[in-house]
Design a protein around this ligand. Structure first.
Ligand code: TXA
Ligand code: MG
Length: 348
């Protein structure tokens, strides 16, 4: 299959540029598109064949459900059993980087939800994503547009690296603003559970819904008795070719000095380094990528996936990365690094 690469011109009306993409979707084909979080691999979410094609293109296990993308929060009514909590969250956070899990309606095929009786819904804010959804006039099932197990794509080039020849079209809307996937919450009678951290934090959710718990697998290694509620979080994820090891800031005064010493030694031995900007005076060089300033949690999330892909192109045997444990915006970065490393910490 030849993959068409379309650069979006934001100076021209977006709707004019979406008609071919929408045509592909209505025929059951696949189109990758930008969102404010990461690029998505879209297909008609009501068409079981299109969902199966998404799993095949990604090489993804078919028990791992897809998110349905809608152009307007009230369209959730068509696909899910909504409630007050949904509308409270939607009023505050939609469109935006939030995915909500609700009981599904029969119109959504089992192949889209991996056989679950719930469905994940998200209304993205990115104008290109919005124009694409409006033009398709269908709910769009879209996982991140990477090969299963690889870091999520935050540019159209990342999508091309993974998906060239596997899908019909890639819409290039430039780099994604946020850079990590949406916050996922499950709404039940008991309240709201955060299953995957993203740009919308637990604290922000608590301003709208009093009861918000965080699934333990967000910060701890899943085991037999600790199973993630989002099936996708049990797979090895975000993993570059080289093994990743984490240096976690423990809050001690000399952490930075000890980390810099450790990283310098390993850099000399040829490792790739992903570190806070403050370390660059000592560590700058070809195999070092800065995460941004230590306090700039937005920057860490924004740079993470591109950095892992960049390091993947270098001949290195290991990657060492600095992380800090937080409850706020930095939790998304920390959670993805846990998965990229397979929970491997270095003790300094
Ligand atoms: O930001 C995002 O959410 C991006 C963009 C493209 O919108 N999409 C994305 O999709 O990250 P994906 O497929 O890579 O991750 C979806 C996650 C998976 O971990 C999956 O298991 C979980 O959502 N999920 C989907 N439906 C679910 C359901 N009904 N119950 C529990 N977890 C669900
Ligand atoms: Mg994904």
């Amino acid at each position: 299959m030849k993959t068409e690469f379309v650069r979006i011109d934001e100076a021209r009306p977006l709707s004019d540029q979406m008609s071919r993409a929408a045509e592909i979707i209505r025929r059951g084909g696949l189109v990758a598109f930008p969102t404010e979080t990461v690029y998505g691999l879209g297909g008609n979410g009501l068409n079981a064949e299109a969902s199966r094609a998404i799993y095949a293109a990604k090489g993804r296990p078919s028990d791992n459900p897809l998110i349905l993308h809608i152009d307007e929060p009230t369209k959730a009514e068509r696909y899910a059993v909504t409630n007050e909590t949904y509308y409270a969250l939607a009023r505050r956070f939609m469109p935006g980087p939030l995915t909500v899990i609700l009981p599904k309606k029969d119109i959504v095929p089992d192949s889209t939800t991996g056989g679950l009786d719930s469905v994940a819904l998200r209304c993205p804010e990115n104008p290109i994503a919005h124009a694409f959804l409006v033009a398709c006039d269908l709910p769009i099932a879209a996982p991140s547009a990477n090969l299963s197990g690889k870091p999520s794509p935050t540019t159209a080039e990342h999508v091309r690296d993974d998906m060239d020849g596997r899908i019909e079209m890639i819409l290039d809307g430039g780099p994604c603003e946020i850079g990590v996937e949406s916050t996922i919450v499950k709404i039940t009678d008991a309240g709201v559970t955060l299953l995957r951290p993203g740009a919308i934090t637990a604290e922000m959710l608590r301003e709208v819904v009093p009861e918000v718990s965080v699934d333990p697998t967000v910060t701890e290694k899943p085991s037999e008795d600790l199973r993630p509620q989002a099936p996708g979080m049990k797979y090895r994820h975000y993993a570059p070719n080289a093994p990743v090891f984490l240096l976690c800031d423990d809050g001690t005064d000399d952490f930075d000095a000890r980390a810099i010493r450790f990283l310098s030694e390993n850099k000399r031995d040829g490792a790739g380094i992903l570190c806070f900007e403050e370390y660059l005076p000592v560590l700058a060089g070809e195999k070092t990528i800065s995460l941004g300033a230590k306090a700039d949690e937005k920057a860490h999330a924004h740079r993470l996936f591109a950095a892992l892909r960049e390091l993947d192109k270098l001949p290195i045997k290991a990657i060492y990365a600095t992380v800090a444990k937080t409850d706020g915006e930095g939790l998304a970065f920390y959670n993805r690094m846990l998965k990229a490393s397979g929970y491997h910490f270095v003790r300094l």
